[in-house]
Design a binder for this molecule. Structure first.
Ligand SMILES: O=C(O)CCC(=O)C(=O)O
Length: 261
């Protein structure tokens, strides 16, 4: 049996529905965000990434306290909620001022493409962060992981699926790393059982065997996939890899999609 992921190459109402129901595994829409707009925003994105105080890992940096940092609940949930609005303003007005940000664009598209629209997720009536900016410099990587659905901030939503959304503003040259590898789907419980440290976001690539499929995104590309499928980013050996990212929570077909990061 082939493990190759079932792909679609455009984000449309149909491909979104297929991804949300698990009928396809991946949407890889090339140059979804215009490459020249990636270039014009990049210097400000890099500056914001350099000033970011991200705690989850040293393997990449992220602008904004992200969902990954608060997956285990506790005090950091307050920081996440307290900083969501300011981070959103920073990304929209300071970093992408004068042009639409990739995470604003995807929110609009999702709202228009999904039958019941898309909205920013809330926790106790407070806005979650709708998007982050991530950057990997040489040596950076993302170890294999899933992004769990059953975490304190998301629990009340009872998500059926959590989709990862990434739009690439800068990518290493082919051969210099930064590919996304995909393995099989895991439940939250199976993934937690695989981890040696519950506070570490991922596991060592050597422990998971060869990937089922690999994608090397280009500048401006959108890659969307089910985040319950184990995935990781290969080490960036040269150049940098910078992306705008969020997640989409799927409930039933008659509920709005939820956007959070
Ligand atoms: O940067 C990427 O391509 C993948 C990011 C990732 O690991 C995620 O969205 O959970």
């Amino acid at each position: 049996m082939s493990h190759q992921l079932r792909r679609r190459d455009r984000l449309t109402a149909q491909s979104l529905r297929e991804l949300a129901t698990g009928d396809v595994d991946l949407i890889w829409h090339r140059e979804y965000y215009p490459p020249e707009q990636c270039d014009s925003a990049l210097p400000r994105v890099v500056r914001a990434a350099e000033e970011a105080t991200f705690l989850l890992t040293k393997e990449f940096t992220s602008v904004g306290t992200s969902m990954g940092e608060v997956a285990n609940g506790g005090e950091s949930v307050h920081r996440y909620l307290d900083t969501a609005e300011a981070t959103t303003r920073l990304i929209r007005h300071d970093v992408f001022g004068g042009q639409q940000s990739p995470t604003d664009l995807i929110r609009l598209n999702l709202d228009e493409l999904w039958p019941h629209g898309a909205t920013v997720a809330r926790y106790e009536a407070r806005m979650m962060l709708p998007g982050v900016l991530r950057r990997m410099t040489p040596g950076g990587r993302g170890r294999p992981h899933i992004d769990r659905r059953q975490i304190p901030l998301l629990d009340t939503y009872r998500l059926q699926r959590r989709l990862g959304v990434n739009i690439y503003l800068e990518v290493p040259a082919p051969g210099d790393g930064g590919e996304i590898d995909f393995w099989g789907r895991l439940s939250d419980e199976e993934f937690v059982a695989l981890k040696t440290d519950p506070f570490d976001y991922g596991i060592e690539p050597e422990r998971v065997g060869p990937p089922y499929d690999t994608v090397l995104p280009g500048k401006g590309d959108l890659v969307m996939f089910e985040a319950g499928r184990m995935h990781g980013v290969r080490e960036v050996r040269k150049g940098c890899r910078t992306s705008a990212a969020c997640f989409v929570g799927v409930r039933s077909a008659s509920d709005p999609l939820l956007v959070f990061a």
